[in-house]
Design a protein around this ligand. Structure first.
Ligand SMILES: Nc1nc2c(ncn2[C@@H]2O[C@H](COP(=O)(O)OP(=O)(O)O)[C@@H](O)[C@H]2O)c(=O)[nH]1
Ligand SMILES: [Mg+2]
Ligand SMILES: [Zn+2]
Length: 308
């Protein structure tokens, strides 16, 4: 029987079958999937085959995993050679950001966008807490909206608290599987509470990020949207890790750079200061936003040589 994984706690998985019934499932034996070393072979969003084990106790065995059309992973906190698959089969990713209390940095947003591009997941950005924004924050919002929309990303302004601006976001979520991401305190739980008023999620993040540089062992969880579609919440994950990215491929994940890469004089150009660099020229001509280029250089510098 086919089922979809909604929650993983490490050894047990909550899966929903085609008829809408949930089962507690375990993995039978060793399942070989992809050719990556992963600490968790089955992830939220995976489509699996199950055999019912015990009808009364609602238990089942996962006997196979269907091919993923994409997945996001992060490095295991314990072993850098092992990956943890956070979620699979996503349509899009929603970054919740704020310009006040707390302020999300452009560097953080750009890393999220790069990771989404890398995982083949369409990202969009929702700025929350609009009720707190004064002129200064509105100016910043308009600048960023312009910058991101110019390169094809959708940007929204909402207040989860005042329930303002949410309609467009809800439209975008309908009938898609969306990963929700963003710093602690930006209002992810508050937004989910607007989307699912009956769910009553804890706000303030008591269960999520502890704030002191430690990953909690909170796992991703998927929820069905009342109007069709699904949301994946990852309470313990601060940001997408840029695992497996090389300096050479980074510019491919900047849409405004991607189309110009063939115009650089050297095909291994990293767009630092090489002669005949089409990216550098586009920055000078203001065809590429300088702040995005600064983000590019900063991510470039953070990529270790070993990841080649
Ligand atoms: N002023 C204002 N506060 C908000 C808004 N959304 C959330 N908050 C507050 O921000 C804090 C963190 O929200 P929470 O949903 O727990 O954030 P999370 O950590 O991303 O899940 C809480 O005190 C919320 O009440 C908003 O739109 N406006
Ligand atoms: Mg929360
Ligand atoms: Zn170049």
């Amino acid at each position: 029987m086919k089922a979809i994984v909604y929650k993983s706690t490490g050894s047990w998985y909550s899966v929903k079958d085609n008829s809408g019934k949930f089962h507690n499932a375990r993995i039978k034996g060793v399942l070989k999937i992809d050719d990556i070393t992963s600490t968790n072979p089955v992830a939220v969003g995976d489509e699996v085959e199950i055999n019912i084990e015990n009808e009364l106790e609602n238990t089942a065995m996962i006997t196979a995993i269907n091919d993923r059309h994409n997945y996001i992973n992060r490095q295991s906190p314990r072993n850098k050679y092992q990956h943890h698959i956070v979620a699979a089969n996503l349509d899009q990713s929603m970054l919740v950001a704020t310009l006040k209390e707390p302020k999300t940095s452009q560097g953080f947003i750009d890393r999220f966008l790069v990771a989404s591009e890398m995982y083949h997941v369409t990202p969009f950005i929702v700025f929350n807490k609009s009720d707190l924004y004064r002129n200064k924050e509105m100016d910043k919002f308009n600048q960023w909206r312009q910058m991101y929309e110019a390169i094809g990303y959708r940007v929204f302004l909402v207040s989860a608290e005042k329930k303002e601006g949410m309609e467009e976001v809800l439209d975008l979520l309908a009938n898609k599987t969306t990963l929700i991401s963003g710093h602690s305190g930006v209002g992810k739980s508050s937004m989910l509470n607007v989307i699912f008023p009956e769910m009553n999620l804890k706000t303030q993040d008591v269960s999520g990020w502890s704030g002191k540089g430690q990953h909690t062992t909170t796992f991703a969880e998927m929820y069905d949207l009342p109007f069709g579609g699904r949301i994946i919440d990852t309470p313990g994950m601060r940001e997408f890790g840029l695992v497996d990215i090389s300096k050479q491929e980074l510019s491919h994940y900047f849409p405004e750079m991607r189309d110009r890469l063939n115009d650089c004089q050297f095909n291994n150009c990293l767009h630092y200061n090489e002669p005949g660099c089409a990216i550098k020229e586009a920055v000078n001509n203001e065809e590429i936003h300088e702040d995005r280029y600064v983000s590019y250089l900063s991510i470039l510098d953070s990529i270790g040589e070993t990841s080649y």
